[in-house]
Design a protein. Sequence first.
Lengths: 594, 617
Amino acid sequence: MATTQETPGSRTDRSAVRTLLRLWPYVRPVRARWFTAAAVAVVASCLALVIPLVLKWMVDGPITDRDPAGVWLGALFLFLLGIGEALLFGLRRWLVARPLAGVEASMRAELYRHLQRLPVAFHDRWASGQLLSRGTTDLMLVRMFLAFPLTFLLVNSVTILVGVVIMLVQDVALGLVILVPAVPVMVMCVVFEKRYALVARRAQDQVGDLTTLVEESVLGIRIIKGFGRHRSQARAFREMARTLRGTELHKARLLATIWAVIITLPELAIGAALVLGTVRVADGDLSAGTLVAFLSTALALRWPVDSIGFLLAMSQEAATATERYFEVMDAVPEDREVAKAQEGEAGRGLRFEGVRFRYPDAPEGSPPVLDGVDLHIRPGESMALVGATGSGKTTLTALVPRLYEPTSGRITLDGRDITAMPREELRALVAVAFEEPTLFSASVADNVLMGTAAEAGEPQLERALSVAQAGFAHDLPQGTATQVGEQGLSLSGGQRQRLALARAVVGRPRFLVLDDPLSALDVHTEALVEAALRDVLAETTALIVAHRPSTVLLADRVALLSGGRVAAVGTHHELLRDNAEYAHLMAGTEEAAR
Amino acid sequence: MTATTATPPGTDRPGERTGAPDDPFDHDALPSPPGATAALLRSLLAPMKARVVVTTLLLLLQQAAVQAGPLLVAYAIDSAVPAFRRDDLGPLIAVAAGYLLCAAASGGLQYAFFRTSAQVNQDVLLDLRGRIFRHAQALSVDFHERYTSGRLISRSTTDVESLRELLDEGLQELVTVILSFVYISAMLLWLDLGLGAVAVASLVPLYLLVRSYRRRAARVYTQRSTAIAAVIVKFVETMNGIRPVRAFRRESANDADFRVLNHRHERTNGDALLEMARYVVGSRLVANTAVAGMVLWGAYRVAGGTLALGVLAAAVLYLRRLYDPIDRLGMFLNSYQSAAASLEKIAGLLAQTPSVPEPATPRELPALAGEHPGREVVFDGVRFAYRTGGEVLPRFDLTLPAGQTVAVVGSTGAGKSTLAMLLARFYDPSEGRVLLDGVDLRDLAAPELRRGVVMVTQEAFLFSGTVAENIAIGRPEASREEIERAAKAIGAHDFIAALPDGYDTDVRKRGGRISAGQRQLVAFARALLADPAVLILDEATSSLDIPGERAVQRAMATVLRGRTAVVIAHRLSTVEIADRVLVMEHGRIVEDGAPAGLVAGTGRFADLHRAWRDSLA
């Protein structure tokens, strides 16, 4: 049942650094502030390192000399350093707070924009949950990465470097002792980073699978209940959740190890320095103040060193998040270019010429869904499209507004190749009612009027509602201003279908494509809608997918789709008489040819 | 959102939003009884009591080891140096051994702590995830219709995730902060009563700061989570409706809408970050001032000879550490706040009681009398009304003899689906009983009930997995032959065999496109495989073409023989296979009889039938 998203594009062993570098274009607009903030953080961190030096001066100077004025001076200096450090850390956060929120927001807006323009075939492959997690948690990780790990990996490196220099200047021997664990810690960090990256990605994918299972068990609740399968569903869930727990524990084991190493080794070095330092103070080679300063410097470096482990882990997670983000951003949107009109048989109306189509992700060698469709719908004519279940009717209708691109062949509207028209214009000419009637979280009126130009108003709305027999909208609590969709009132399938139909007809489109528009209506309502639709169809060129004779009778002629081609065209009665397959489909009579 | 709540006309299903004004289902969080959140947390942690104690002990020891360092420094300066000058190596060796021990202990204990706490956390999460999932599955269909899928999904994903953050990072932070504060204050008090007292006193302004931050942050965080929720809804809606979005050229309008929502989130997000910045500045100022003050006082006393130098050095080292965790306290508050909000939402969900509960003492169905699988169904004084009052089915009695095929017809909103759902026990009647061979449906455990009654609906949802797996939902232990036999019986075999991997084609992967009609056929095969005593078909053929429907009907003529069946359809073709027709209107059965008799009469069914014959042309 696993549905781990197959990622298009190669995911070879790209380094985390290279992936993270791709964030630069988004960071660029705020680079001045970001770099200033990083510089401020470096200064603030280094200020903290000056404090031990002041202490040393106090211990070896005023305290030993019993000079109260000197003590005051030292304390005042410490106070000023403290104030400076606090303000600088605040300044750093203030500098990046709004810009980084802005980076997150602009990356999200870009993602949304991009997704809206990716081919429908892309959306067929990607569950919306997978896209959503890229637009929310992944981007949050990226923002946090820019705010903390990136800054502090830099700041801590500088701080450690400065601290080490200060320690070496204080006393070379002690400094070298402190440096001993640096190499093993770094090696461990590199090894850790590699392993952690693998496990982190696995965990993220397993979370995705678990989400899918939850989503499906909610969407399919009637089936699960209808067959009493909630126990086996719960078992599947438990297994997946257990697997995830195992992966998370693996992650924890890695983190625990690196954490232990990063704590123990430097601490051992500090211990060694303390013993050595004590001996040398006793021997008089070293002042007590120097030892105090040295050790407080070493302890001040504890956090910068300790934190490297989790900063690296966060960076790794941010790299994975960035990779996931760009998996989507790298997909190619529908091209905006307008092809040159090809030579061909011109003619008014809607014309399909040798249209072939196979889904871009169909396995090699499978037959195309449409294999040379030729069909001419004359201006003002309505054509019903009939075919067996799975014959490609819905696919054919999706080609007209260019939701999919034909593999070969062409489609013309009033003689113009649809690929030679900007998509905006094409989709303004063609209105569609889909088999699956989707309403958006908006008022009934907005849902219907989105099918037309902005200036359309009450009269158009009324007309469309009456055509679709959607008068029930007026009886809703706030009439046509009632909110529907996920965030509002839920309507029955038949009600949704009627509103979707109203949306298709509201703009009086030149071309109308209706995919089985009456399937969820009862016989009585269906008859009323049909009567009203006749007037609309009289003034437009229409393609109507039909399963029932009653729907077919709305149209002037019928095309029979069979074996990926238009097998016959004629009136309902002609085909019923002459075409065995059609008779079989429409009347259920046995087909002689079979 | 101005989601509205009054009863829309023509509703067909009891689940549609019909509540009184201020329906709790309009809000993101369902009300939970006071204290439910804390009780939930307690019950999650209760089974781990022993391990929680171990974890806390590990952390206690680990912090003790970490905080021993400066004490050893003080000892080294004040005792080991003079001793060494006297050629007494004892104290120095003690320092060395002590430091070695502390280093090893702090690393080792950290490792042990991290692993045990990860186990506790993961077990808590596993438990919570399972509880949410099982509870959601146990809740009745009408709950699911009111509590949209999106909310349920975010309960079991983002809300669980925010608890995970609290457990993984937050709690450890908090305990570390508290422990190090207690340890260090104790150390300071022990080293020098005066300096210790100053350190403890500095807690007062820090506490005030934390308190004011908590208040302000709570407000900003609520705003931010509302803002991100709006962004998510818009995002999901656009992606799920991408076809109409494209076909109706909504891209630019959507971009503009999204920009507004996204910008609102950006602003509150920035506010939250600035709030944190303010807190950090304030707490650092207090901390650094306190350090400077204590150093001044300490140095004065060392100069005056009333304090040892080593003690001052240790005190200074401790002071730096004392205030280090303040920033992290802020982070803990953040994760605590969002986790508390999430837990409250989860507690609200878990507080919902299933309106269709499992029986306490389940009964079994009597053994079948004849060789036929059918059973008798009796609606005994049944009435059904929404919990909020609207009556859907007035009180009625109805008996369906074993083996009878009954067609239920009527216009939208007549109550056909409600009748079916009562029989499938998706709902329980408000009054009266539904009996299967004399046993109340409420007394049947789920597996027994589903051997008795199975319902196929119009929405034929496919789960990810192969086609065979989807059919096998009807009877998981079925063999491949049985699955194929069911598919053949219903006329689904041909299209399944033509899929790239036949029955093993993954319905969510490449080439697995399955049309609405084909999905319905899979759903039928599933029901056939389940082999129930009573089969309910609710608009189960709406997306099939006529030959498909015919094939299904032919199959049904054999499949339904001897079985009790209730068939709901707009298309009256189904009626041809029925022994009996019920015509419903406004929740009442207005006509009841054999199809031939009703067609010949002058009632509503005769009208409907005529209209349908005409539509076939």
